[in-house]
Design a protein around this ligand. Sequence first.
Ligand SMILES: [Zn+2]
Length: 431
Amino acid sequence: MHKRILLPLALLCFTALLPTLQSCSVNPVTGKQELSWVDENWERKIGEQHYGQQQQAGGGPYVIDPDLTLYVQSIGKKLAQYSKRSHLPYDFVVLNDSTPNAWALPGGKIAIHRGLLVELKDEAELAAVLAHEIVHADARHTAQSQEVGSLISVGQMAASVLLSSSGYSNQALQQGIAYTGLYGQTRYSRGRELEADLYGMQYMSAAGYDPKAAVSLQETFVRLSKGRSADAFSTLFASHPPSQSRVAANEQTAWGLPSGGDRGKARFQQEISKLMRRKPAYDLSDKAKKAIGEKKYAEAIALADKAIRIEANEGEFYEVKGFAQSKLNRSSDALKSLDKAVALNNQYYAPILRRGILRYELKSYQSAEQDLQASLALAPTQIALIKLGEIAEEQNDCAKASQYYQKAAQAGRENQQQLQQKVLALRSSCR
Ligand SMILES: [Zn+2]
């Protein structure tokens, strides 16, 4: 769509016929004249508003290894100094998600999943990933993406969770919040991908890294996109499609940049060593989630227990175990597991929401309400609002229940009819 509309609009830039919403400006990175529907204040605002919730959609911050996040931040900040808009409020976070992915929000909020970190060979490859994302923010690619454009026109940022009463599928556990699709899977055009590679390599070279790492990184992606791991990589590849022509373009770019530069292999491997030690446990946990999706709950518990034997301090493993236990109606075991999950990580909505739902089912309405509210503060899921509505109904507060159901209807596309019916039924019974 961009390609089709950009040419005539570029011509329009020289006329005074522009609609008020949009204006012409020079792209800060490329220096090209282009149509822009956002200004920098808007970029900063959108980035800040959605950074927290978008992290929740990607497994939440990787709290078990704060040093790893500090390390990634130090590399990101070093690179951001060389961006054209180095004054942007850049931030970098590692997310607890096995899907190999990285994303940027407008205004320079950037995330990398631990599932991508384990595929990288050295610090220069990490720099290549981060510099690429920095360009997407710096050159306003993310801010001007079709996904964000449609958000503006729709005028809402709805969030919902796909946690059905039949339990969470692997997908739901991974993605959770539906608007992952808008930012996490922002699709960049081929031209913007090449631009992000080109300027990203300039930034990494200026920061002292060997720009050839962007070539080896791209080669890895091409190989993986062809291999058996293609499925696992589909999110990353959908937003940043790899290709042999990108490998060639990056090779050419590297020729034009100063040779040499740091690869930082030993340093990188030292920094991710704890993550690599835990990787087999995450693989087991991923298998456990898959088993839950297939309703093999006892198998899921056994897999989660194996993961816990490797790493006893990862909340995710207890969350998976607790959920499987609750499906087998082992409520008190499930509650213990979820207590442990929340105690280990209270910065991720899923275990808190899960415990809130279990407490609701056990009719512990007061503590359920606390959990559901706490989960909402992290991620505005429809299911939490529905459960809060049901609790209010149990307490015969039909005005409050009605409010929650109305909010729930706004929070997602699911369950619209049922929620409207509930609101109507309450309206007549409230009189
Ligand atoms: Zn990209």
